[in-house]
Structures are given as structure tokens and as C-alpha cells.
Design a protein around this ligand. Structure first.
Ligand code: ADP
Length: 489
């Protein structure tokens, strides 16, 4: 099959969160099954081009209709870990992708509407006829709208679209300018509840909703979250649309790139190890303690890695830090936010904790540090308010760091409590709590730390359980192929 991913993120060249990892992991699995897979993304000025092989201009001029004129783009091509990537470069004419950040700009809606338009224009003008376009999140949700309203008539009539929603919270709320910019025009037609009109605000357009209406199939990233969004309170206003289109909606659990996230081969960690040699984690732990100037003790080391977004349970994390120290543990946090107020709050917390040799806050995005932390920590804390899938708990399992999670969304689909007698022992892999509260988190922290201190042999088995489970892309990729085949038929 000819498959094209259109995406705002990709590991390792443009990563903000899990979306980037999904693009790379899923596309590598598809390629390994001999599908013809290409990836289109913006040529951000902050793109990490060191990981792109053979980067060169593929097409010197691509004229993209935009408002009343044309934007002249260059298309670059290179391979990233063996995968062909096309980078749309509009930087000479527009400043959309020269801001030094991926998201968080006041004109994000126009930036990504332009990218969606330019991607289709590129596919059309270069004569490519993909069987499947796979779009991701609100940023590329305009692709199916543009395809069916404009590009099908231009020869892309056999192409079908799958949209994956990695996060329902971010929907691309916008106005008429996006219609004018992309040439969709016809506000009366698109400002309608069966097209792009927001379900609750009659004055705005909702790009994610448009993608849901126009795509041939839509998925979110775990079965539990698919249910929570459609039947629970996690659809962020899109519940009616999910009900209306339930026949083309499902949850496919994200996988993990087991080649990249492999403690036995990972070049970024100081001491490689596998499930049989998981004892060697202690050397990684010592390295980590030294790196972040923590005292070198055998106390349990808990960590958090993630975007500092309220979604991730920031108030519970702030509660947990002093509690973990009181309970005799150590704690490392790696995270940042594009909200300056949140960054400031964590900076202040960091200052208050300065000099404490059992805690370190690294307020940054740092891929290398993330690897050290997965390898050196004993536990990974994931106390999310909501979590469509979550990859940090899956990476933690792979690296023998035991997840402590709130059972929600993909966390509920992947982490099974050590005391859950409905599961065989070898399926249990972490510590879970249900209710989002300090009290429930507290009980779980106590259970986890006591288990570590009092039952070292069982704790070792628990680590191994996680390392031996298979959360690779093998099975999820097959689900996506089934979806692609279904919509082609
Ligand atoms: P989300 O997609 O909501 O951001 P996920 O758990 O699905 O969360 O994926 C997060 C990915 O981003 C993981 O690969 C995690 O290691 C990585 N990550 C998040 N924050 C940081 C950071 N500050 N530094 C390095 N890696 C990070």
C-alpha cells in the first residue's frame, strides 16, 4: 500500500510529545512490512536536521494557493532512520515555521491550515497517488476536508483518509480566515453543524471536528480512551460527533518503537541491560544520581517525564514531591511547558528545593536525559487527569522502571496493579489508583515504596514482568492495516 503520513511532529527531528514517537514507530513498522510509506512535515527552522540523511532540495518551486495569491515553497527530501520525509519549506515567503517553537503561537490555526493545504498541493502536483493519507490531530485535520472538497476532483479520487486523534483537548478553533486562506471559501456551507461548525460555539469553526466528519475512519490511541471520549466526559465537546460517526470510530492502542527504546542496545544510556540482567539498572541509577547531584543511596528513585500540562496531573505531582521525600525516596522530574506561568511555578518549586540531595527538577526538553532517567529510575509516576494512551509508562516498562499510574485511558489499558488478583502475576506490572486525589495517590506511593523496601525479590519480578511484556507496534500496526484495507474497500 502507498501510505502518506501528514504530521506536525516526528521523532527525532521535531518532537514535542507522544505524537512524534507514534509517527516514527508506526511508520517504521509499516516500512518493515514492505508498505510504501512517506512522511510529510513542515520544514521548521528549529528542525533537528542532524538526523536527516541526504537532505536536499527535491523540488525547487511549489506554488501553493493561499488567500488571493500563491506562496512559493521549496520541498526538501531526506531520510530519517531509513524513512523518506518530505519537508515543506515556505520560510522565504511566510514566517509560519520560523518561530523557533512548534506550537503555542496565536496563529497556529493558520500555520497548520497552510501546512495541510501545502501538503495536498504537493501530493497533487507531484503526481503521487497514495492509497491512504494518515493525518494526526487537529493540525492536519483539514486534510480530509480539502481532499474531499477540492482535491478529489483533481485526480486524488482513490485516496482515503484515516485520522488519529492523539488528544481531544486540542481542536484547532478558528474562523473564516482559514476557509479563505485555503480556498475552501463558502462560509455558509462550512459554518454548518454537519461540517466544521463547533458543537457548542456557533461563531467558530473546529478543525478537529471537520477532520472527524470528513475522514473515512478515525481512531484514538487506546480502546479505553475511545470509550471515555464517546461515553464519558473526555470528548471535550466532540461526544455528539463521535456518536454520529460511531461506525467509523475505534481505539487502537499505541505501540512503542522497540528498536529505539531498547535498554539492551540504547546508545544513550551508560550501561546496557535486558530483563535477565536487570540488576545492572543499579549502575544506571548511580550514574543518574551522580549526574543530577543526588546522594548515592539505595533509596527508591521515582521520576516523572512529560509535558508540564495540567493534563499530566501537575497538582498531584507537586503534592507527591515532598511526600516521596518524607517516605524516604528520591525524585527526578524532567519536563517543560509552553505556558510561561507553569514554567515559573516549577522554577519557584525548584528554588525552594535547592540544596536537597534527594530531588532534582530538570525544567527542559532533553531526549538524552529522558533515556538516563528511564534507565536509572525505579518507578515512573504518571498521575494523569486524562491520558489518551501515554507512552512514558510503556517506555518505563521496557526499561524496568515500574509505573505508578492513575488508571485512566491508555494507562488503564496497559498497567495492571501488583495486587490485582484478576490478572496472572506475570501480567501485573505496576501500581494503580482510580480516583484523582491526593489521598489515593498517597496510599499508592506508600504501597509502592513499601513493596520496594520490604519485598526486593518480588519487586525484581515485577520489573521483569514489565520488561517481558510486548507493547511493540506489531499488533497495533496490524490494526491500522486492517483499517486502511477496510476504507480502501
Ligand atoms: P504526550 O503525547 O501527552 O506528550 P506521551 O506519554 O504519549 O505524552 O509521550 C511523551 C513522549 O515525550 C515520551 O517519549 C517522553 O519520553 C517524551 N518527553 C516528554 N517530555 C519530555 C522532556 N521534557 N524531555 C524529553 N522527553 C520528553
Amino acid at each position: 500500500m502507498k501510505i502518506t503520513f501528514i504530521t506536525a511532529e516526528k521523532t527525532p527531528i521535531a518532537k514535542v510529545g507522544g505524537l512524534a514517537d507514534v509517527i516514527t514507530g508506526l511508520s517504521r513498522e509499516m516500512t518493515s512490512r514492505n508498505h510504501d510509506l512517506e512522511i510529510v512535515l513542515p520544514r521548521y527552522s528549529h528542525l533537528d536536521t542532524t538526523h536527516i540523511d541526504g537532505l536536499s532540495i527535491y523540488r525547487n518551486e511549489l506554488l501553493v494557493p493561499w488567500f488571493s495569491g500563491f506562496i512559493s515553497c521549496q520541498i526538501w527530501k531526506g531520510t530519517v532512520w531509513g524513512q523518506p520525509c518530505y519537508l515543506i519549506d515556505s520560510n522565504k515567503a511566510l514566517d509560519y515555521f520560523t518561530r523557533g517553537v512548534t506550537y503555542g503561537e496565536s496563529d497556529d490555526d493558520l500555520r497548520f491550515a497552510f501546512f495541510s493545504k501545502a501538503s495536498l498541493e504537493f501530493i497533487h502536483q507531484s503526481g503521487k497517488k497514495p492509497d491512504i493519507l494518515h493525518c494526526h490531530d487537529w493540525q492536519t485535520s483539514l486534510v480530509p476536508v480539502l481532499l474531499y472538497e477540492l482535491y478529489q476532483q483533481k485526480g486524488l479520487d482513490k485516496t482515503r483518509v484515516c485520522l488519529t486523534i492523539h488528544n481531544f483537548k486540542h481542536q484547532g478553533i478558528t474562523n473564516e480566515s482559514v476557509l479563505v486562506g485555503t480556498g475552501l471559501n463558502r462560509p455558509d456551507y462550512f459554518f454548518s453543524s454537519d461540517r466544521l461548525l463547533d458543537n457548542y460555539n456557533p461563531h467558530v469553526l473546529n478543525l478537529l471536528k471537520g477532520g472527524m466528519v470528513y475522514s473515512n475512519f478515525m481512531t484514538t490511541v487506546s480502546p479505553k480512551h475511545a470509550w471515555e471520549a464517546k461515553e464519558g466526559d473526555q470528548g471535550f465537546g466532540l461526544r455528539p460527533t463521535l456518536h454520529l460517526y460511531h461506525m467509523k470510530y475505534g481505539g487502537v492502542l499505541n505501540g512503542l518503537d522497540y528498536e529505539y527504546w531498547n535498554p539492551n542496545k540504547d546508545p544513550l544510556i551508560p550501561y546496557n541491560y535486558a530483563a535477565v540482567s536487570v540488576g545492572r539498572k543499579s549502575e544506571n541509577k548511580e550514574y543518574l544520581q551522580q549526574k543530577f547531584a543526588l546522594s548515592r543511596t539505595r533509596q527508591p528513585l521515582l521520576a516523572f517525564i512529560g509535558r508540564l500540562d495540567p493534563q499530566k496531573g501537575l497538582d498531584l505531582i507537586q503534592y507527591a514531591i515532598p511526600r516521596i521525600l518524607e517516605l524516604g525516596g528520591q525524585f527526578i522530574l524532567l519536563g517543560n511547558s509552553h505556558d510561561p506561568a507553569i514554567n515559573r511555578e516549577f522554577e519557584q518549586l525548584k528554588q525552594r528545593l535547592a540544596g536537597n540531595q534527594n530531588v532534582h527538577l530538570e525544567l527542559d526538553f532533553n531526549e538524552e536525559f529522558a533515556h538516563f532517567i528511564y534507565a536509572g529510575s525505579d518507578f515512573m509516576l504518571v498521575p494523569s487527569q486524562f491520558e489518551p494512551c501515554g507512552l512514558t509508562q510503556l517506555i518505563a516498562l521496557r526499561y524496568g522502571s515500574v509505573p505508578i499510574v492513575r488508571s485512566v485511558g491508555g494507562l488503564a489499558d496497559t498497567i495492571f496493579d501488583v495486587a490485582d488478583t484478576r490478572q496472572e502475576f506475570h501480567s501485573r506490572n505496576g501500581f494503580c489508583f482510580e480516583t484523582y486525589s491526593e489521598k489515593e495517590l498517597d496510599k499508592t506511593l506508600i504501597r509502592a515504596i513499601n513493596y520496594y523496601n520490604d519485598q526486593p525479590d518480588s519487586f525484581l519480578k515485577l520489573r521483569r514482568n514489565g520488561m517481558e511484556q510486548d507493547f511493540s507496534w506489531k499488533e497495533p500496526a496490524q490494526h491500522y492495516l486492517n483499517i486502511y484495507n477496510y476504507i480502501r474497500a
